[in-house]
Ligand binder design. Structure first.
Ligand SMILES: Cc1cc2nc3c(=O)[nH]c(=O)nc-3n(C[C@H](O)[C@H](O)[C@H](O)COP(=O)(O)O)c2cc1C
Length: 160
């Protein structure tokens, strides 16, 4: 993306202040969350972006707690109850899952969670990448095949 001058915003959920969803359902009336925190930044970024990439390591066979809170807090963007989403049409989603163990099935569960999330925002899952046997940053950095695959996915997406 960088090599073709696409503007990138990268967010690390663990470095952000995002409270739990309280389940008050106010957003189903107002399309806005009653809480003011860093979720405002992420909602705006999703609404403005052409591509949304979600990535999570597997924690206990699922997305991280931080990712789950982000997903829960995206209820104002969700079309399930209201039939509408404030997210403009035509966006593409990319889903990435990483895990320490060797099998793909556990990572596929994470990809399925992201596809479900994107679906309720009207975002089409355009690409996915799972990486197994990753327990440290160097496990990724030393895996040229995966770096190449990620690059190819990026190229395919921007050319589609
Ligand atoms: C709390 C916790 C739970 C984890 N659970 C799993 C798991 O269920 N399956 C697995 O393959 N790896 C599991 N891992 C390993 C991570 O998926 C793996 O180390 C990943 O590369 C960590 O990415 P991070 O450094 O961004 O947290 C777990 C790691 C942590 C810290």
């Amino acid at each position: 993306m960088k090599s073709v001058d696409i503007d990138i915003k990268r967010f690390v959920l663990d470095e952000m202040n995002i409270n739990y969803c309280k389940g008050c359902r106010e957003c189903e009336k107002s399309l806005k969350c009653v809480q003011r925190d860093d979720m405002d930044i992420l909602s705006e970024a999703i609404i403005e972006s052409d591509f949304v990439l979600l990535a999570s390591p597997s924690y206990w066979g699922d997305v991280t707690g931080q990712m789950k809170v982000f997903i829960d807090r995206s209820l104002p963007l969700c079309n399930a109850k209201t039939g509408i989403t404030p997210v403009p049409e035509g966006k593409k989603g990319i889903a990435v899952a990483v895990r320490a163990g060797p099998s793909k099935a556990e990572n596929q569960h994470i990809i399925d969670t992201f596809e479900h999330y994107f679906g309720h925002l009207g975002i089409k899952l355009a690409a996915q990448l799972t990486v197994e046997s990753v327990d440290s940053l160097s496990d990724i950095q030393n895996n040229k095949d995966i770096i190449d695959e990620a690059y190819m996915i990026g190229q395919k997406i921007i050319n589609s």
